[in-house]
Design a binder for this molecule. Structure first.
Ligand code: HEM
Length: 220
């Protein structure tokens, strides 16, 4: 296993001037911001297209498509957030940690947009229907639990909160290890066929968890 991890490292790329420290500090956050905004930009473009020519960009059921699109990006970005510390260790690139907060906040924003799209497009802001869904449709209950658990993580993601909470901050942010599986269960529950996507995301999650276990063992 040790050999395996060694083979997985890319010191030549990251230790060298390939990505200079100053260039990273200058460009990484703005570039990442643009990249993470692209799916939202595409969605806005697709919705505008739909208004001009219904059925042209979002298929037969645009409302469901918008909810699904935002849901998919929610789980992808949650996994990306989780992967940052593994990338830091495997690529021996500590600076990548500077990007984790932004990725996490984008993940949270996509989940909020996903939820808002559900409230508006699928539930029509009908409180009775929403309450019924939350109680009776298990995959909604599970997704909603994930959203609720994400809120304290987003609120306390600043350096100020990190300082104030001390060791509790780390413990609190371990909730991500529950939130991602909740997202996966939510996806599994609503998948009726074609399980490829949920299997792929679950595999990524398992690999990220295994990397942490291996890293802890090495540290001991
Ligand atoms: C951590 C939170 C959440 C994550 C990661 C998440 C992720 C996802 C994913 C990946 C999908 C499937 C997309 C596809 O079909 O390809 C999905 C669908 C869906 N989600 Fe979520 N979700 C979350 C929270 C919520 C919440 C809070 C609600 C509403 C209360 C919700 C309602 C829905 C609905 C209604 C669909 C499916 C629509 C359909 O196919 O008919 N989700 N979600």
């Amino acid at each position: 296993m040790r050999l395996c991890i060694q083979a997985w490292t890319f010191p030549a790329i990251f230790d060298s001037a390939f990505i200079s420290s100053a260039a990273f500090d200058r460009a990484a956050k703005p570039v990442l911001f643009v990249l993470l905004s692209l799916p939202l930009g595409w969605l806005a473009f697709a919705i505008l297209g739909e208004l001009n020519a219904p059925g042209s960009r979002l298929g037969a059921d645009p409302a469901v498509e918008v909810v699904r699109f935002l849901g998919e990006w929610s789980i992808r970005l949650l996994l990306l957030t989780l992967s940052v510390s593994s990338v830091r260790r495997i690529a021996r690139f500590p600076k990548v940690l500077q990007l984790r907060r932004m990725i996490g906040l984008f993940a949270f924003s996509y989940v909020v947009c996903h939820f808002t799209a559900y409230l508006g497009f699928l539930a029509g802001f009908d409180l009775v229907l929403i309450e019924e869904d939350l109680v009776e449709r298990t995959y909604i209950t599970v997704g909603f639990t994930g959203l609720l658990l994400l809120i304290p993580l987003a609120v306390t993601s600043t350096n100020g909160w990190r300082r104030r909470l001390g060791t509790t901050w780390r413990k609190l942010h371990r909730a991500i290890y529950l939130i991602v599986p909740l997202g996966l269960v939510h996806l599994l529950w609503l998948t009726k066929d074609q399980y490829g996507e949920v299997v792929l995301y679950s595999l990524i999650f398992v690999v990220l968890m295994l990397e942490r276990v291996v890293n802890r063992r090495k540290a001991r």
